[in-house]
Unconditional design. Structure first.
Lengths: 607, 237
């Protein structure tokens, strides 16, 4: 590069960084947003950019580098001008995503995970991007592409080789369908924006909270904690200086889940109105929607809805003319970290840090975002609040079961005729869901994503409910042709990839577990490995800092219980066996000595 | 009459705000720890201080003591778990005690002896972690890092220099320094910084002092870590 070109490049870099800093007011709590913005302009974050950002924000450069390194979608090294990331969730894997990825790599003459020599393109895998109902799917420079097949892959390789900018790619590549298959109280709801809010303002925050309590609304993110109780804790916690905070957790990262995508696409007013109602109930003035990086394509749409709501006085100062009811919502993007779905990790990320779960207590309801009382609620939970506010808690409590009121959105994917979003009242059985989605010859169902449970046919009578089979909404269907070992292995690899690495058991244990299953996959398994897996699981379950590590061994333990044959098939033999193939290890010695006779082999494993 | 909780059936007095670990240590009961340091807030990452309260396993360093609480520590189940966690730390990094300058002064090694972890349990990862010898006085050997973040916290909260941080995540997590070059020699760290003297293992070493004290005459050669840790507590009273 000539000296002039180099100087120009540096100037461009500095300008891009300064624009990102200015856009976010040089606020160090917005570090993650600044890094995302700078990378949008620069394709990656060169060392000079990191140094400049750290200096401008008054942060240690090491801390900024640590944040860059934490998030999968931030790059401290160049990843090419085009970056294609194939979703590697198990459903899409079974639909042929790995073969499509290989095809694209071959067409582009590159290896997965490596940048082409001309710096043009790289191809890699990423965790589930929430398109399990219309995969195989991928992110190209952060934008979602669905319905991949060989034809589309070939077209993409041409577009990249011709260096066509993403804006000029065929629109249909980026189409994302809602695929709503069954509607109930939420998906049938036609409340006009502001209608529920008007009623709530009339009765006041305390009465609204009472309605939510009567409704017995429980968190839809999986844990099922009482929403009213969470709000009460938050409302009663003393708000120091900054006031209370409402956070909508739209970091829908559980593999196989995509119902929040549909709510954010077609029911964004419900979600934002739910947040505003939450603010009224707890006395919050600040709101965040934490949008997973994979859903970046939804950001402009969501910003437009917010803009409209501000114009309609449903957000801002003096909402609906009520004095003192001030509340607004900011959209924060994630950058590829499943752990940020955990509420305290999400708050760390909102503060611009590595998404490491905090020590609890104190809980976010008393000490959350910047130490302020914070209520973190799931997208679906919040979307239901306007309906409760409009139709009353008693009406809502009649739906579903006694302990699990209302309806649940299920993200159904895998081997069925009609994958998509199904809204059922709580208490629906797995068999009923399978019937509705047209699943045949079902061998297993993964309920609740990787962290959930793997159910066999004898358990299909179980009910979707907090008191029976709880789920955040993922339901993956596997028919008789599928290998249930591959399912468990996919999830274990997912956890190893997504472990934040804070605590010893999860950081090391998930990697050990992954290696154990890889060994089985290679056909080198022995019963000792199954003992090892159970021991790892015990340590993971009992000592991990958060739910990720605690759940990491579930898929394998369920697999042992329900699909043992898939594991036994992979045993080298039933006797104990060392971790490597002894005979194969002697191959080089045989080559060096020029011997290949019988006594140069282990007798029991002559190949 | 002060408040008490029970540790392995023995009453332990505590003051409000004290953790189970801190109160136990003050009362002369050792609970193993690697990332805990009395002058810093609890970190809770190494999990060596795991104790059982009812059916739950918790970090003693991050659990506030309260009246009537019953914690179990020296029971086979918990001792097994601690050995397992230690074995994970040994498998994760490159720990070759016989050739390590910190041998005998190393808390990881001392804890392994104390808990009688005598052989590796897992396949080792053998990560590729180059050393950083760029600084005139301090050597960084990342091979031995156990991610306790003591240096990170000391440099940030005591030295006010923010020299260290962690980058990446999961099993790829690693220590970085604040210079754009990535080299310690390009930072303002000094030998007298707490961060340069707090490493419980052999990552942050002072140059030109190798083997000044022969192996056999070092801290944990004289007495096990469980005794010396309590003696430290006694000395600080």
């Amino acid at each position: 590069m000539s000296q002039l070109a180099q100087t120009c490049a540096i100037t461009d870099l500095d300008q891009a960084v300064d624009e990102a800093l200015a856009r976010h007011g040089g606020d160090s709590t917005r570090l993650l947003q600044i890094l995302i913005r700078a990378q949008e302009r620069l394709d990656w974050l060169p060392p000079r950019a990191v140094t400049r950002i750290a200096a401008a924000l008054g942060l240690s450069r090491a801390r900024v580098e640590g944040v860059v390194g934490f998030y999968s979608f931030l790059h401290a090294r160049s990843v090419g001008r085009y970056r294609v990331l194939f979703a590697d969730n198990i459903v899409e894997e079974m639909q042929g995503a790995p073969a499509l990825m290989r095809r694209l790599c071959e067409r582009l003459w590159i290896e997965p995970g490596k940048v082409s020599e001309d710096g043009l393109v790289s191809v890699d895998a990423t965790s589930c991007i929430g398109m399990g109902d219309q995969g195989p799917s991928a992110l190209v420079n952060g934008v979602t592409i669905t319905g991949l097949d060989e034809e589309r892959i070939d077209a993409i390789s041409e577009l990249i080789r011709e260096q066509i900018s993403l804006e000029s790619w065929p629109r249909e590549f980026f189409a994302v369908d809602d695929n709503i298959r069954r509607r109930d109280i939420l998906l049938n709801d036609r409340l006009a924006p502001g209608e529920a809010l008007r009623r709530a303002v009339a009765i006041g925050g305390g009465a609204l909270l009472a309605q939510v309590k009567t409704a017995n609304l429980r968190g839809r993110g999986g844990a099922g904690f009482s929403t009213a109780q969470k709000w009460e804790f938050c409302r009663e916690a003393p708000a120091q200086g900054g006031g209370r905070v409402v956070v909508c957790n739209a970091d829908e990262g559980e593999p196989g889940t995509f119902k929040d995508r549909v709510l954010l696409t077609s029911f964004a007013d419900h979600v934002f109105e739910g947040m505003t109602l939450a603010a009224l109930a707890i006395g919050a003035s600040k709101g965040f929607l934490y949008l997973r990086g994979e859903y970046r394509y939804l950001r402009d749409h969501l910003e437009q809805v917010l803009e409209r709501r501000r114009a309609e006085r449903l957000l801002g100062n003096g909402i609906l003319g009520a004095p003192g009811f001030d509340f607004d919502i900011d959209i924060h993007l994630g950058a590829g970290a499943y752990i940020c779905g955990e509420e305290s990790a999400l708050i760390e990320s909102l503060e611009g840090k590595r998404g490491t779960p905090r020590i609890r207590p104190p809980f976010p309801v008393t000490h959350g975002y910047l130490g302020q009382p914070t209520s973190v609620n799931n997208v679906e939970t919040l979307a239901l609040v306007p309906i409760i506010a409009a139709r009353g808690g008693e009406w809502f409590a009649q739906i579903g079961t006694k302990l699990s009121t209302g309806t649940k959105l299920l993200s159904v994917s895998g081997d069925c005729a009609a994958p998509g979003v199904y809204e059922f009242p709580f208490g629906v059985t797995i068999a009923e869901v399978l019937e509705a989605c047209g699943a045949m010859d079902t061998q297993g169902v993964q309920l609740g994503g990787a962290a959930g449970m793997t159910l066999a046919p004898h358990e299909f009578g179980r009910r979707v409910a907090f008191e029976d089979a709880p789920t955040a909404g993922a339901l993956m269907v596997f028919d008789g042709s599928r290998d249930m070992f591959a399912v468990a292995r996919n999830f274990v690899r997912f956890f190893a990839h997504e472990s934040c690495g804070f605590c010893t058991p999860c950081r090391v244990g998930t990697a050990l577990l992954r290696d154990c299953l890889d060994k089985l996959q290679q056909g080198n398994g022995s019963p000792l490995d199954l003992v090892e897996i159970e021991r790892l699981d015990r340590v993971l379950q009992t000592t991990s800092h958060c739910g990720l590590g605690q759940a990491a061994a579930n898929p394998v333990l369920d697999g042992f219980r329900n699909f043992r044959a898939a594991y036994d098939r992979r045993m080298l033999h039933r006797e104990f066996q060392p971790a490597f193939n002894l005979d194969a290890a002697l191959a080089r010695a045989r080559q060096l000595t020029g011997r290949d006779d019988a006594s140069a082999h282990f007798p029991e494993r002559r190949s | 009459m002060s408040k008490t909780f029970l540790l392995d059936g023995r009453p332990v007095p505590f003051e409000d705000g004290q953790s189970v670990l801190a109160a136990a240590r003050k009362a002369g009961h050792y609970i193993p720890h690697l990332c805990w340091y009395g002058h810093f807030p609890p970190h809770g990452s190494c999990k060596l201080c795991v104790v059982k309260i009812g059916a739950r396993h918790v970090s003693a360093c991050a659990t506030p003591a309260r009246e009537g609480l019953e914690a179990e520590s020296e029971i086979p189940e918990i001792l097994d778990t601690r050995r397992e966690l230690l074995a994970m730390l040994f498998a994760e990094g490159n720990h070759f005690c016989p050739s390590c300058e910190k041998s005998g002064n190393c808390q990881l090694q001392a804890l392994a002896y104390d808990l009688q972890l005598l052989a590796p349990i897992h396949n080792r990862f053998f990560p590729d972690r180059p050393v950083d010898a760029s600084h005139p006085d301090i050597l960084l050997d990342f091979n031995r890092c156990i991610f306790c973040e003591l240096c990170v916290r000391a440099s940030r909260d005591v030295d006010g220099k923010d020299i260290f941080a962690l980058s990446e995540r999961g099993i790829d997590k690693h220590l970085v320094v604040k210079a754009e070059s990535g080299r310690l020699g390009d930072t303002d760290i000094a030998l007298s910084d707490l961060a340069a003297n707090i490493c419980p293992v052999g990552v942050i070493l002072h140059k030109r002092q190798g083997f000044a004290v022969p192996i056999g005459s070092r801290i944990y050669d004289a007495a096990p870590i469980s005794e010396l840790d309590l003696a430290d507590e006694e000395a600080s009273k």
